[in-house]
Design a protein around this ligand. Structure first.
Ligand SMILES: *Cc1c(COP(=O)(O)O)cnc(C)c1O
Length: 947
């Protein structure tokens, strides 16, 4: 046996455990288990056609070699991406720390207070710099944040009688090109007409409901937008501003100018460029729009004892509730990156940020000055960090690239140069020397920055920001290191225990997969760098696309979408483009089974589709006859079906081929939601079941960590019908021959974290991937067998097997006054994160162990669930002061002098033996959701403000 095989590290159960596990569930072998689980007509007959698996050591060498093919040039390209310095203390303690990056979205607030506080810091930073009232916990990138702003303004206009039949949206020609492309994609299907122009010539016609401006403009010009905004206001036109976060330290905020929404990226707050992402976009708006705001909001509330506690606010706005009425499908966001950007603000504080912004500005002024002396004319009358100069672009480019320097070449004679936090006097001299050579003049070095402002007096920021103590008290490394540790200790992540979240596939995020993210020649490339400088990336991304084609059985992949939901949207938009290319403009009906994840209908609504919900049968399966009837009824307008496989109930429905055939026979295509791909890889695939397109959640099935709620990568894989329509990018063309416009801002989405999935597939190979799936199915069925005598299991396949997850029905316990959330909270006392609560069925828990959990951990979790079942048995409806309803139990409760509960301290905190050795303490008692929603506070204002 090759003991250095990565598969042995990735898989939990040891070979010696298999017999016991097989015996428990009553099978002889994997073959039998898989035979009983997956319908035979969709089983793959051959292994995946992939290269042989690499060991961790081989992969490490391979990725370093490949990295050398990426050329890290000095980047002055700008356009929303800038070199930045990751504070080492943040890199080591957050970016490279599984305590932070393996956490789940903070739905279980009592064991997530650390990251909730870190995100609150991010929101506070955004609110104060943008000058707005509320902000969310991040969006996927600036381009899509701008699209969300447009969608929000379009949505709120419908409540305004004067505006509810307007559909024009003004876009300043100074908007970033990739943002414009995303706006084009997102506006068309919902019926918004974009009008692009010069904001100074805008006529403020009443036909417009909104406008978006870029601040500073894409090539650096800083405009005073207050006049524009007040004229727009007079016509009831709402204004969004896409702003550079660092410039806001120095400039009057859009909020102070009266903007309705402010969006942007926080990349330059210490997040590596990573060839396009991941980075956290921000979204800030006014209190009055809080119920329309996309994404998640962290808010302040109280716990059972009235102590301050944090949690996700206004959950009822989520797509799960709104479904086809949703205007946004955002689910996974960019939490880890938001945490880091917020921590960058904590690290620097207001003084440090001011120092950086002043230095960047002085660098730009100094450079403009020196170039002017060379006779190189600079066109921006007012600027922050970016200058636009007139020179022969061909000449400059040739000299600059020889010196490993990138500028942005606007046209033959205009060059845009963006300076940044890392720019030194030496760098400025290099730029001067390049231009001196280009214009044939003598080069005169500068020795220091000039202290002059190119920001007009009325645009100089006068308001203070980040006065809260958190931004002013952590400026020694010891303090910050301990602050980060203090927060980390409040959170339960995969480095403590299994997180068995059904549908979310919280598997191992192996260190060997993560390490390359810290390498400079992977993380320091600008997404718009010339393609020949990113050869390593081009090879890696192509190979990953190829691997995903093999895994899905499809012909083409785009890595552009930054989340599963964005993949859904991308897939539906390619389907839409396909129908249109055939003249079938009317095909816009999308069938969706009732059990679908909320993002499905939300994505379909965003793609302008009419949603028809199809029935689910008693046993959880799709009602094939109902589906057939509706497909036939809508045949002339049928666009597609969205189907999750195995189903959201964790079952391989045997009718799947019939289902996909019905859709094809009626002129539609089939979109497969790939969130459950962990049950398919190597055993079956979307092409075989008859799908035309699927998204994959690389942050579920392919080992990208959840990061506390992001980043994500949601590529779509498509068959040859749809390959021509894969999305492009306006600067670095990607996609098919009839590509749709951009789905996200960067050409390859979050390219940096694609390395993780590439490492995962490359180190597992065909056999390892197949084994991962088989072990995932084994682990799930083992737990099912252990738990089914204690909890009714909803739904199973025809031969009684679960796929890779199962649903425990907890609804009957309501007779004893026990709700499913009581079980979720009680699990915390046992050291576990709850499984998925109330999805896809209210009142249930959906458990997905994944292949990475070993037998002992599965047994501990089952023991905990069985013990909780006994606790439920021992309660009565009248007994409201019980161990479940009081859960979780904090250390403070246990150690107070008076213990008044009708059970012992030991029962409360140490109900099973294994717990004592590795006790996890929730830091707050149960949080009060309603209180927080009634008193929405989403920044770290002083305590008195909300108590
Ligand atoms: C996770 C999930 C999604 C959404 O993916 P995100 O990356 O969070 O946008 C969609 N469908 C299903 C079934 C999922 O489990």
């Amino acid at each position: 046996m090759k003991t250095d095989a990565f598969a042995l590290r990735h898989l939990g159960p040891r070979e010696s455990d298999l017999n016991h596990m097989f015996k428990t569930i009553g099978v002889e072998s994997f073959e039998q288990l898989i035979y009983e689980t997956i319908p035979d007509d969709i089983r793959l007959k051959k292994d995946l056609n992939l290269e042989p698996a690499m060991t961790e050591y081989e992969y490490s060498n391979h990725i370093q070699e490949l990295g050398k093919k990426n050329k890290v040039f000095k980047s002055y390209i700008g356009l929303g991406y800038h070199p930045t310095i990751i504070p080492a203390v943040i890199q080591r303690n957050i970016f490279e720390n599984p305590g932070w990056y393996t956490a789940y979205t903070p739905y279980q607030a009592e064991i997530a207070q650390g990251r909730l506080e870190a995100i609150l810091n991010f929101q506070t930073t955004v609110i104060e710099l943008s000058g707005m009232e509320i902000a969310n916990a991040s969006l996927l990138d600036e381009g899509t944040a701008a699209a969300e702003a447009m969608a929000l303004l379009f949505d709120v206009r419908s409540r305004d009688q004067k505006k509810n039949n307007t559909n024009k949206f003004f876009v300043s020609e100074e908007i970033l090109p990739q943002t414009l492309s995303v706006l084009q994609t997102r506006s068309t299907p919902i019926g918004v007409e974009l009008v692009i122009g010069n904001h100074e010539k805008f006529n403020f016609s009443t036909e417009f409901f909104g406008a978006i401006l870029q601040y500073p403009g894409k090539y650096g010009q800083v405009h005073d937008y207050s006049g524009f905004i007040s004229k727009a206001k007079a016509q009831d036109i709402k204004v969004a501003v896409a702003a550079d976060i660092l410039s806001l330290v120095k400039l009057t905020s859009p909020g102070e100018m009266g903007a309705d929404v402010v969006v942007g990226t926080s990349q330059r707050f210490g997040i590596p460029m990573g060839y396009g992402g991941p980075h956290a976009a921000f979204f800030a708006t006014k209190e009055e729009y809080k119920r329309s705001m996309p994404g998640r909001i962290i808010g302040v509330t109280i716990d059972t004892n009235g102590n301050r506690a944090l949690r996700m606010a206004l959950q009822t706005r989520e797509q799960h509730i709104k479904r086809e009425k949703a205007t946004s499908n955002i689910c996974t966001a960019q939490v880890l990156l938001a945490v880091m950007a917020g921590m960058y603000a904590v690290y620097h504080g207001p003084k440090g940020l001011k120092y950086i912004a002043d230095k960047v500005h002085a660098s730009a002024v100094t450079l403009a000055d020196a170039l002017n002396k060379l006779g190189v004319y600079q066109t921006n009358t007012s600027f922050f960090d970016t200058i636009a100069v007139k020179a022969n672009a061909t000449k400059v480019k040739a000299i600059a690239e020889k010196q490993e320097v990138n500028f942005f070449y606007v046209d033959g004679e205009t060059i845009s140069i963006s300076l940044n936090e890392t720019t030194s006097v030496k760098d400025i001299n290099q730029i001067i020397s390049i231009f001196a050579e280009a214009v044939g003049k003598e080069y005169v070095a500068i020795s220091q920055l000039v202290n002059e402002s190119m920001v007009p007096e009325n645009l100089e920021r006068k308001s203070t920001f980040l006065q809260h103590e958190v931004f002013n008290n952590h400026h020694s490394e010891s303090q910050l290191m301990r602050y980060i540790k203090k927060l980390e200790r409040k959170d339960l992540s995969l480095n403590h225990s299994m997180i068995s979240l059904g549908s979310c596939t919280m598997k191992l995020n192996a260190a060997a997969e993560m390490l390359p993210l810290s390498m400079a020649n992977w993380n320091s490339i600008h997404p718009f760098a010339p393609i020949e400088q990113a050869e390593g990336y081009q090879i890696m991304l192509k190979k990953l696309e190829q691997q995903l084609n093999v895994v899905t059985g499809f012909q083409g992949t785009t890595l552009q979408p930054n989340s599963g939901a964005q993949g859904e949207y991308a897939g539906l938009m390619t389907i839409r483009a396909y129908h249109m290319s055939r003249g079938d403009h009317h095909r816009n009906v999308c069938l969706i089974p009732a059990s679908a994840h909320g993002t499905n209908p939300a994505s379909a609504a965003m793609a302008g589709m009419e949603i028809i919900v199809t029935k689910t049968m008693e046993n959880g399966n799709i009602d094939v006859e109902d589906l057939r009837e509706k497909a036939i009824q809508h045949a002339s307008n049928l666009s597609c079906l969205m189907v999750t496989y195995p189903s959201t109930h964790g079952v391989f429905e045997s009718a799947i081929r019939e289902i996909t055939k019905i859709i094809h026979d009626n002129g539609g295509l089939v979109y497969m939601d790939g969130a459950n791909m962990n049950a398919q890889v190597g055993l079956t695939n979307p092409a075989t079941i008859g799908a035309d397109v699927c998204h994959l959640n690389l942050h579920k099935t392919f080992a990208i960590p959840h990061g506390g709620g992001g980043p994500g990568v949601g590529p779509i894989c498509v068959n040859d019908k749809l390959v021509p329509f894969l999305p492009t990018n306006p600067i670095i063309p990607t996609g098919g021959s009839q590509a749709i416009s951009a789905i996200s801002a960067a050409p390859y989405g979050s390219a940096l974290v694609c390395l993780i999935s590439y490492g995962y597939i490359t180190m597992l190979g065909a056999e390892g991937l197949k084994n991962a799936t088989q072990y995932a199915i084994l682990n799930a069925n083992y737990m099912k067998t252990r738990l089914e005598n204690h909890y009714p299991i909803l739904y199973a396949g025809e031969m009684g097997r679960a796929a890779h997850e199962m649903i425990l029905d907890c609804r009957a316990f309501e007779e004893k006054g026990i709700k499913v959330t009581d079980i979720a909270k009680r699990l915390m006392d046992y050291g576990f994160h709850a499984p998925t609560v109330s999805f896809p069925v209210a009142g249930t828990l959906m458990v997905e162990p994944t292949e990475s959990e070993d037998l002992a951990e599965l047994d501990r979790f089952c023991d905990a669930m069985i013990s909780i079942r006994k606790e439920i048995e021992a309660t009565t409806k009248e007994d409201t002061n019980n161990i479940l309803r009081n859960a979780p139990h904090t250390l403070a409760m246990l150690t107070t002098d008076s213990w008044t509960f009708p059970y012992t301290r030991e029962q409360a905190a140490f109900p099973l033996d294994y717990i004592a050795e590795n006790k996890f303490w929730p830091t707050v008692r149960r949080v009060d959701e309603a209180y927080g929603d009634r008193n929405l506070v989403c920044s770290c204002a002083p305590i008195e403000a909300y108590m």
